[in-house]
Design a protein around this ligand. Structure first.
Ligand SMILES: Cc1cc2nc3c(=O)[nH]c(=O)nc-3n(C[C@H](O)[C@H](O)[C@H](O)COP(=O)(O)O)c2cc1C
Length: 175
């Protein structure tokens, strides 16, 4: 019998192969035997939202780039985890651009009730990283997704055993 596996999508908002990618891979590892994919925004051609709002009526973004395929993947996913390094107490520009391009999914709340998790790291204190986490949580709320957890950690500690366990547990919650 062909049992359909749940789909978990991880979105990495770092412009480099580094801490955020490492953390997201641990989340995916924790999720175990599910259909999973890590999307590295830095490798994709995703243009800026031009604010035309065509998607509000047409349901489709007129910009032809890699975002078209990602929008489909997001809609098909059962669970989504977004990760960003903290840049000036917030997400990276790379990720914010991606969030803006998710406007076509906002209109009819196409991500409603999907499981959602957020992770961030930074080199400063927790208060700074909290800015990123809070912004991503707010985004999930606007999209009516169902937050299952967050991990926020100073980058000196991402390889600590307890942090890795926390990331893997988050992966379990996304199943
Ligand atoms: C432009 C820029 C701004 C940053 N701003 C912050 C910040 O406000 N707070 C913080 O904790 N770390 C800040 N950092 C440090 C990064 O968040 C940190 O190095 C992180 O581990 C990078 O993750 P990555 O390896 O996934 O890219 C900043 C780094 C850069 C390049």
């Amino acid at each position: 019998m062909n049992i359909k596996k749940m789909k978990l999508l991880a979105i990495c908002g770092s412009p480099r192969k580094g801490n955020t990618e490492f953390m997201l891979n641990k989340v995916l590892e924790g999720a175990g035997n599910v259909d999973k994919e890590l999307i590295l925004l830095r490798n994709l051609d995703i243009k800026h939202c031009i604010g035309c709002c065509v998607c509000e009526k047409a349901g489709k973004c007129p910009i032809e780039d890699d975002m078209q395929e990602i929008l489909k993947k997001l809609e098909e996913a059962d669970a989504i985890v977004i990760g960003s390094p903290t840049y000036f107490d917030n997400v990276t520009g790379l990720l914010k651009n991606f969030m803006d391009r998710m406007h076509p999914l906002y209109n009819k709340f196409k991500l409603k009730n999907k499981k959602f998790a957020v992770i961030s790291t930074g080199s400063a204190d927790q208060n700074s990283i909290k800015g990123t986490i809070d912004n991503l949580k707010k985004f999930g709320e606007i999209m009516k997704m169902n937050l299952v957890g967050t991990v926020s950690v100073n980058d000196k500690h991402i390889k600590d055993e307890e942090v890795i366990n926390e990331l893997k547990k988050l992966g379990q919650k996304l199943k």
